[in-house]
Each structure stands twice: as structure tokens, then as C-alpha cells.
Design a protein around this ligand. Structure first.
Ligand code: PHE
Length: 339
């Protein structure tokens, strides 16, 4: 009988289980009310006296082996469950990571920044909520100047001194106030105008303006810079500067790029002329330099501004400006492969 018990101890030691049910069955078999151990304990009284000691020790050893096994298996299974709880099924196939996409406005903005960084321009930024001085007055647009009506302004509440900037030229004023020439900076940012919303125009959009101030800067430098820019961005080097008016530049011009008339869409976007307007430019008015504490007898400079939204629409064949601010994922997803 003692040999049988020793066998059982060896079996208990070797027992393995995968599930809680198996452990419970093992426990009942050994330690349950009608289990092996109780049977042996009942047997005790029938054992011959001289064997009682050895028998008792063997049964106790079996009890100990069975209890230890049950406890060890329970612990093992519980810790496995914990791991499962945290990580789920570790053998399941991985979930694909959904990559985001840059917004087309950011893509084009970064492209333009890169183009100008290559020729020594830095990037400057300013607040979207501006005061009258930086958005208008310093830019040669004193109060009651009729050109203020060119840009329908959103004012903040009833305070006419606080407004949403109508162009990023305000950043240039801030930059000139803090830095002396030579200045080469571009200022990208969102601007606001109280315009009716349609497929072609929105009440907010994005501009990027450039400012170059140094000794003996000429209109030819402006044209060269713009030509470099359009060649890099569109691969088109033919531009034309059409006389225009801005209060802060003199002389002023609209920038047209020769887009060509090769495809049907070329006809549509250039209205059959082949020319496409992309922004405004001019030589910084000496009054503006003086307003920003720059000596206009020593320094001259040029400035230009282009609309990022229009350029993004052009480069990515987007036919409605509203798509740029609706955040429709089906639209935004299409720019995954872009920069
Ligand atoms: N600030 C002008 C606008 O928003 C654009 C411009 C910038 C024109 C710089 C000339 C020079 O319309």
C-alpha cells in the first residue's frame, strides 16, 4: 500500500493542467471528501501498528504533494489569464496602423517654406487677433483711408482696435519693429475676411508673405525672386507683373504666372487667357519702413503675398475651397502619399 502511495505522489508531482476544470478534477480526486486522501486516512485504523508511522508519513507526504500541486497550478493559470486580459490573444494577426495624412494646406505651406529657405529666408509668425496699428495704420492705411474697404474686416466685439487680421502683412510690421535690415523673412498664416462663402472664396484662408529689405534692393530683385519661386513650385518660369495698387507698396503689381493652354482644365482655370493670378507684390512704401523705425533713405525692399489655398487647389485639383476646412476624412485621406 505504501508503494501505491509513493506512486500516487509521483503522479501528483508530474500532473499538468491547462484549464481550471482540470485542476478542480485533480483536487477532487486527491483532496475531495471521497478522494484518495480521505480513503487512506480511513484505512489508517486497519494498518498494523508497526507500520502506522511509515504509513502516516506517506499519506501526509501525498497530502502535501497534492495541495502544493493544486496551489501551484491555480497560480500559474491565473497569471496566464492576467496576461491575456492585458494583451488579448497574443497569437492573433496584428492590426494595421492607420497612417494619418498632412493637410493639403500644410503640404503646400511647407513646400513654399522650403523653397524660400533655400535662398536665405527665415519663417516668422504673428497673432491672428491683431490691433489696428499692425494690420492697417503701420501699413500706410490710416483711419478713414478708402483702401481699408478693400478688405472686409471682422472686428472683435465692438472694439474697432481689435480685429482678425485680414492679411499676413501684419506679421511683417511686427518683424520690422523687432529686427533691423538685412531682412529676409516669410510669414505664413491664416487670415480672415468678411466675404460670402462660395466654392472660390471663404471667410478665412491662408497667405504666405515675403519681405526682403536691404541696401539697394530693386524691382528687378523682386521679379527674379518671384521667378525662382514659380519655377520651383509650378515648374513655370514665365511670369508677368501687372501694375496694381496696395497702400503699403509703391509701385505695386499683381503676380501672374503663365500656366499655358494645353489642356481643357488650363482653359478653365485661366479663363482662356493662359495667365493665372497668384498674388500681389511691390516695393515696400518708404512710409511703412519709417513706421517700423527703418531708415528709408538707407534701405529699400520688396514684399509679396500669395494665397496658399488657391495654390493648393491648383496643385491638387481641388475644385471647392470649402473642402479645405470641412475636415471630411474621405477628402483628407487622399493626401497620404503627398509630402
Ligand atoms: N497683403 C496683400 C493682400 O492681402 C498682398 C500683398 C502683400 C501685396 C505684399 C503686396 C505686398 O492682399
Amino acid at each position: 500500500m505504501i508503494d501505491k502511495i509513493k506512486e500516487l505522489i509521483a503522479e501528483a508531482d508530474a500532473f499538468k493542467a491547462e484549464t481550471k476544470e482540470e485542476v478542480e478534477a485533480f483536487r477532487i480526486q486527491y483532496l475531495g471528501k471521497k478522494g484518495l486522501l480521505n480513503q487512506y486516512f480511513a484505512e489508517f485504523k486497519n494498518v498494523a501498528n508497526e507500520q502506522k508511522k511509515e504509513f502516516g508519513q506517506a499519506v501526509n507526504a501525498l497530502k502535501k504533494a497534492a495541495e502544493e500541486k493544486v496551489n501551484a497550478l491555480k497560480e500559474e493559470l491565473e497569471s496566464k489569464e492576467e496576461v491575456k486580459g492585458v494583451y488579448g490573444d497574443l497569437s492573433r494577426p496584428g492590426e494595421p496602423v492607420n497612417l494619418g495624412a498632412r493637410h493639403p494646406i500644410s503640404i503646400v505651406k511647407n513646400q513654399i517654406i522650403d523653397i524660400f529657405s533655400n535662398i536665405g529666408f527665415n519663417v516668422s509668425e504673428g497673432p491672428e487677433i491683431e490691433d489696428d496699428w499692425h494690420n492697417f495704420t503701420a501699413l500706410n492705411l490710416p483711419e478713414y483711408h478708402p483702401a481699408r474697404d478693400m478688405q472686409d474686416t471682422f472686428f472683435i466685439q465692438t472694439n474697432p482696435d481689435v480685429l482678425l487680421r485680414t492679411h499676413t502683412s501684419s506679421v511683417q510690421v511686427r518683424y520690422m519693429e523687432k529686427n533691423q535690415p538685412p531682412i529676409r523673412t516669410i510669414s505664413p498664416g491664416r487670415v480672415y475676411r468678411n466675404e460670402a462663402i462660395s466654392a472660390r472664396s471663404h471667410c478665412f484662408f491662408h497667405q504666405i508673405e515675403g519681405l526682403y529689405i536691404d541696401k539697394e534692393v530693386s524691382f528687378a530683385d523682386l521679379k527674379q525672386t518671384l521667378q525662382y519661386f514659380t519655377t520651383q513650385l509650378f515648374g513655370k518660369s514665365k511670369i508677368r507683373l501687372r501694375p496694381s495698387y496696395f497702400p503699403f507698396t509703391e509701385p505695386s503689381a499683381e503676380i501672374d504666372v503663365y500656366w499655358g493652354l494645353e489642356t481643357e482644365s488650363d482653359y478653365r482655370i485661366t479663363k482662356g487667357t493662359g495667365w493665372l493670378e497668384i498674388g500681389g507684390c511691390g516695393m515696400v512704401d518708404p512710409n511703412v519702413l519709417e513706421n517700423c523705425n527703418i531708415d528709408s533713405k538707407e534701405y529699400s525692399g520688396f514684399a509679396f503675398g500669395v494665397g496658399i489655398d488657391r495654390i493648393a487647389m491648383l496643385l491638387h485639383q481641388i475644385n471647392d475651397i470649402r473642402l479645405l476646412s470641412e475636415n471630411d476624412v474621405r477628402f483628407l485621406e487622399q493626401f497620404k502619399s503627398a509630402l
